[in-house]
Every structure is written in C-alpha cells, then in structure tokens.
Design a protein around this ligand. Structure first.
Ligand code: SF4
Ligand code: SF4
Length: 98
C-alpha cells in the first residue's frame, strides 16, 4: 500500500517530496502532496520519518512486516547486533498504527 497523507495535518512543507528517492509524490506548494507513482514506492520509510507533523502513514506489505526478535540479535555489542537492533526499531516505527 502506498503512503497515505493526512491532508488535515500536512503543513505543505514539501520535505517528503524532497526526501523520496523514488519521486513518488507530486507537489505544487498549494495542496498536500499527492501520490503520483504508487508503484514506485519501495517502503524505505524516509517520508514517514522526516515528516515534521507525522502526517504520513505507510503500511508495509505483509512480507515486509518481519521484525527481528531481540533474542536473535546476536552477541551484544557486535556490528551485526547493532544493525539488527536499528532495523527492528525502524520497522516498528514504520508499521506503527496511527
Ligand atoms: S516510503 Fe520511501 S519510496 Fe515510499 S514514498 Fe516514502 S520516501 Fe518514497
Ligand atoms: S513532509 Fe509531511 S507535512 Fe511536509 S508536505 Fe509531506 S506530508 Fe505534508
């Protein structure tokens, strides 16, 4: 499912349009961005994270809703464990219900 923008919350800052690596949005500075190319979204979550007013909701496809368990992070302090911890935190932030 492509990103959904809450038009009542959006402040027209345009950050999501600037940050999206896939140019998913179209924006004219007058109205909230619209999702112009929904199939181009790769669910990186950048728009969700950078929106200053939390106006973007992104529901990950089921196959992407895999959050690593802390028990599987590996030995604490290792580079792998830290990478998995960050990936899990990111996944949780993106799939949270608003
Ligand atoms: S999740 Fe990533 S690719 Fe999809 S619209 Fe947001 S910034 Fe663009
Ligand atoms: S980043 Fe958020 S507030 Fe700014 S234009 Fe995009 S949806 Fe609107």
């Amino acid at each position: 499912m492509p990103p959904i923008i809450n038009k009542d919350t959006c402040n027209l800052c345009g950050i999501c349009c600037d940050i999206c690596p896939q140019d998913v949005f179209a924006f004219d500075n007058q109205d909230p961005p619209r999702v112009k190319y929904p199939d181009e979204c790769w669910y990186c979550g950048a728009c969700v994270i950078d929106c200053p007013v939390d106006a973007i909701h992104l529901k990950l496809p089921l196959q992407m809703q895999i959050v690593p368990s802390p028990a599987r992070y590996g030995s604490p302090g290792t580079q792998e464990a830290e990478a998995l911890r960050k990936a899990a935190a990111f996944s949780r932030s993106v799939i949270k219900e608003k």
